[in-house]
Design a protein around this ligand. Structure first.
Ligand SMILES: [Zn+2]
Length: 135
């Protein structure tokens, strides 16, 4: 049962009890609840606006299946996760280990193959000495 369901039930009980003080208190509570719902919607909109402003100052270039942040006067940095940037406008640096053929996003765990890097070959199945002697 949602908050409005509980409020209706409380109003019904207060009417049954014929308690005017309780009805007034519930009416105030209902009004306060409506104010909070409106406030939450306004705050969500404000967060969206601020997120848009935050990402608006960032220039990204898409290359090699990842984003590279363009820094005025000093080139670029990155790579940044394409999924996080395209989906939520979050600039998330991708991680890389020297011996890994991929870049990794620590937020959404997306892996992108690095240019010029190949996945390691699967190990050759080893023939046993017994098989080798027969074939
Ligand atoms: Zn990501």
């Amino acid at each position: 049962m949602g908050a409005s369901g509980w409020a209706q039930k409380a109003f019904a009980i207060a009417k049954t009890l014929n308690n005017a003080d309780l009805l007034v208190a519930l009416a105030e509570l209902k009004s306060d609840y409506a104010d909070r719902v409106t406030e939450i919607a306004e705050l969500k909109q404000r967060i969206r606006t601020l997120e848009d402003r935050l990402s608006a100052g960032i220039t990204m270039l898409f290359r090699e299946n990842v984003y590279w942040r363009q820094i005025e006067g000093s080139g670029e940095e990155g790579p940044y996760c394409p999924k996080c940037w395209d989906g939520e406008r979050k600039p998330v640096r991708m991680l890389q280990r020297e011996d890994d053929f991929r870049w990794w996003c620590s937020v959404c765990v997306l892996a992108i193959q690095r240019p010029g890097m190949e996945p390691p070959e699967p190990p050759e199945p080893r023939q046993s000495d017994w098989l080798r002697s027969r074939y």
